[in-house]
Ligand binder design. Structure first.
Ligand SMILES: Cc1ncc(COP(=O)(O)O)c(C=O)c1O
Length: 396
């Protein structure tokens, strides 16, 4: 099928909830993607921060194929070696004692919210409140979209779950005012992704932790987008050293196969009793095989060093572009390989022009170009994108 045929059939049968780019992707190798008409693209989006090792990474493909030939699914009512190895590896890289595996970021956050609720109401029936940040994003289930501090995600969906309040991200005074003894959980992204790549000011996460301790609330960090080496650390909380009580993960953790997870230390491991939480597919052996192979490859190939090196270079090049076009680029921010370029105008035309030049990028909140490439992106590829952006800003 050619691109037009694929697009037409999709539009005919798929519920129209996505605003899709007008290309049909066929396959990928490394950092390159190829569309149905054979055009090559350099990928700076990684399937929304998922494909940490790019495409067709041999060790991950091998692990998935071998597992598929052995056992694709068997449920959590049995033990499997690959699931054991997978949770042990997640525990090792995250430093948390216990891990629960699910299928997506929303589900990971849903589980974390449930655990915090159980923790809170177990102490006091009124301790059921959550504080989250404005411009956050936590998922599309009813609970996680309510946790998401962007009103347009709530429209037409009331009555929403109760108990959520929102504070401006990074504002310590607002946070202090919002926290009280009826709060059971404070849910924050260590760097906001969908909301426009916002890095919190120094001391913010430490203050969040301090307030949680004061009010006996659990600090939940949503590392769905920032986790798995993207920020330049295994998890972005490690940039500040402020360890949350619950950490949620998804996206890159599954090596491209759907997987989410949340993790806690032993002190919270008994909040859920057997039967309180569960899943049919979560921690499925195929996903575990992909996850384990991905995490091992990231570790063995010292990907963190590459993320820091290329991320620093990329950000410097973006800042140089900003210095050249200060009226068009109003800010450059981020950490490692989660970087944002805020524009004075809407970013959609820039995304389209990049696509025409063979670069896949993304724009979030209307005017922030978001770059979350595979973590194996090269300096030459960064130079290529910067040159393309330079031409685009020159024309605009
Ligand atoms: C920080 C964050 N949390 C949660 C989610 C939801 O993840 P999923 O789409 O896997 O449910 C996302 C998705 O973009 C995210 O960026």
């Amino acid at each position: 099928m050619n691109t037009t045929e694929i697009m037409d059939m999709t539009e005919k049968y798929y519920l129209p909830v996505f605003i899709r780019n007008k290309i049909a992707l066929d396959h990928g190798v490394g950092t390159k993607l190829y569309d149905a008409d054979g055009k090559e693209y350099t990928d700076f989006f990684a399937g929304i921060a998922v494909n940490a090792l790019g495409y067709a990474y041999p060790a991950v493909v091998k692990a998935i194929c071998e597992q598929a030939g052995k056992l694709i699914h068997c449920s959590n009512l049995y033990y499997t070696e690959i699931q054991a190895k997978c949770v042990a590896k997640i525990s090792e890289v995250s430093t948390f004692d216990k891990v629960f595996l699910c299928n997506s970021g929303a589900e990971a956050n849903e589980g974390a919210i449930k655990l915090a609720l159980k923790y809170g109401t177990g102490k006091n029936p009124k301790k059921f409140k959550f504080v989250t940040a404005l411009e956050s994003f936590h998922g599309r289930t009813m609970e996680t979209l309510t946790a998401t501090g962007q009103e347009h995600y709530h429209e037409g969906l009331g009555p929403l779950p109760v108990g959520f309040s929102y504070v401006p991200y990074g504002d310590m005074d607002a946070l202090e005012k919002a926290m009280d003894d009826e709060v059971c959980g404070l849910l924050l992204e260590p760097i906001q992704g969908e909301g426009g790549v916002h890095v919190p000011p120094d001391g913010y996460l430490a203050k969040a932790k301090e307030l949680c301790e004061k009010h006996d609330a659990l600090l939940i960090m949503d590392e769905v987008q920032t986790g798995v080496c993207r920020s330049g650390k295994w998890f972005a909380w490690m940039l500040s050293g402020v360890k949350p009580d619950i950490m949620t993960m998804a996206k890159a953790i599954g090596g491209g196969i759907p997987m989410g997870a949340f993790a806690v230390d032993d002190k919270l491991a008994h909040v859920f009793k057997p039967g309180d939480h569960g899943t049919t597919f979560g921690g499925n052996v195929l996903a575990c095989a992909a996850s384990y192979a991905t995490l091992c490859a990231l570790q063995d190939n010292h990907i963190l060093d590459a993320v820091v090196k290329q991320g620093t270079y990329f950000k410097t090049k973006m800042q140089e572009l900003q210095a050249k076009y200060p009226d068009k680029i109003t800010d450059v921010r981020g950490s490692g390989l989660i970087l944002g370029m805020e524009l004075a105008k809407p970013g959609a035309p820039v995304v389209d022009k990049c696509l025409a030049k063979g670069f896949i990028i993304n724009c979030t909140v209307g005017n922030v170009l978001r770059f979350v490439p595979p973590l194996i992106i090269s300096k030459a590829e960064i130079d290529g994108l910067i040159a393309a952006l330079g031409e685009i800003f020159q024309e605009f």
